[in-house]
Ligand binder design. Sequence first.
Ligand SMILES: [Zn+2]
Ligand SMILES: [Zn+2]
Length: 556
Amino acid sequence: MGTTANSPVEITFLGGLGEIGRNCAAIEIDGRIMLLDCGLMFPDDDMLGIDVVLPDFSWLIERRDDIEGCILTHGHEDHVGALSYALAELSFPIIGSALTLGLARSRIEEAGLLGRTQMIVVEDGERRSFGPFDCEFLPQTHSVPHGFATVFHTPQGVLLHTGDFKIDLTPVDGRLSDLSRVGGLASGPGIRLLLSDSTNADQHGHSRSERAVGSVLYDVMHEHEGRRVITACFASHIHRVQQIADAARSHGRVVAPLGRSMRKNVAMARQMGVLHIPDASLVDIDDIDGYEPGQVCVISTGSQGEAMSALALLGSNENRWLRVTPNDTVILSSHPIPGNESAVARVIDNLVRLGAEVVHSGIGDVHATGHAKQEELKLFLSVARPEWFVPVHGEYRHLVAHARLAKIMGVPAEQVRVAEDGDRLILDDDGLRPAGRVPAEYVFVHGVGDVDNSTLRDRQILGNDGVVAAIVCVDLASRQLVGGPEIAARGWAAADEHDDLFATMADRVRAAVTAALAEGQPTRSSLQKVIRRSAGSFVGESTRRRPMIVPVVLEA
Ligand SMILES: [Zn+2]
Ligand SMILES: [Zn+2]
């Protein structure tokens, strides 16, 4: 090694710091990059027509030859869902638990990109090197099984990334977060830098154990004996599926998975030995008519109210497998993630309208969060005792709340850094400091083709105030207005106001265009500006709205 300083470690945040979703970070040592997750974000209500939001991969594409691999901390979409887009541009191995890779695999396969990656399975507690990255994978409890905290043993000491976690002391599978190893690292080499999940950093107290949900589900099924039960939860939440199945079986019900991802994940998790439902208790959704309602428990996808999901189709009576009746109890074993509240409420309304009784997290404790609350975050900080701290995975207020907790727990204020998407940090012998920025805009996906911010702004204007078109035909050589103005509008004003508004607006546009033609040597684009200005000022004055103005200049 000689007398040179230790290699620095650089950390670049491509997503997840400032929103819940599109988690992606790059750890860099000696010019090589290890990615940590590659997730997507579901759009907010104001992102009109957008299917998903991705990290900006442009910086990674520039560095394509330097990517050693991508560690997947767990199988949630906000951590693995962008791989099928990244692998279209880039090629690298993905590293994770068998279940995580199994969950990540299907979208990559659907995109036809399995050939551009290699899946490297790592086990709980395993330590393994990938190029300059000496990594160790510690079990974490979360709302999908077999998630990891990742330890990087670097030339700058131990960097620990918690992954998504809660401290569940009675997890359904008995696989505890490895706090003793975290403590061993803290009192051994010491933890130089901790990056920790901030999702619930503004929630006081301690999250409930996943196991506590099981007894509530048992009670709800008991109360609803004799009725058909339809449950919904995340298809990746294998432990929740397990508890629903256990509660159902103890009431003499068979279990029928509904929805493509639920059927697929149940089959995969049973095959991997992560989910235990005996063959005799598992029936195909096709066969449930052979059972009394009180002997059936359907486990469905669609707990977030997703359009076209099995549950949404049940609500609109369009599910090809079954119809909801007043003899059904629907249990939403979930909590709407931000942005999905109104979609979930709509599905609940539809189910209630069909006569079903609906039990959701607002009524009973049929859900527990997968993310640590303040007391757990403090506990983790007290065990890890990091020298430097950066909160990750959260909206800005969550990151700031977590930074405050770190200071309370004794991390010196100047060694707590709140970073955001696009920030680069460098950890060297002198400590952790900012090292510039990389592009980290939201990248919108809408079917095929790109949607940029200006397209979205246009959609918002169209949605709020509509569109007004003003069409003229001119002869530029003789500087004459030869046709129009014709005015057309959609979504701007009530139809019975149109005649008056259109006539006055046509007068204003005609006067402006005629004046411009008389004055000088107008071009099509200068006339478009004249029309936009005259039409725009008129609609502003007359209706106090700001519709999109589309000026059209035709040449005779
Ligand atoms: Zn997660
Ligand atoms: Zn997450």
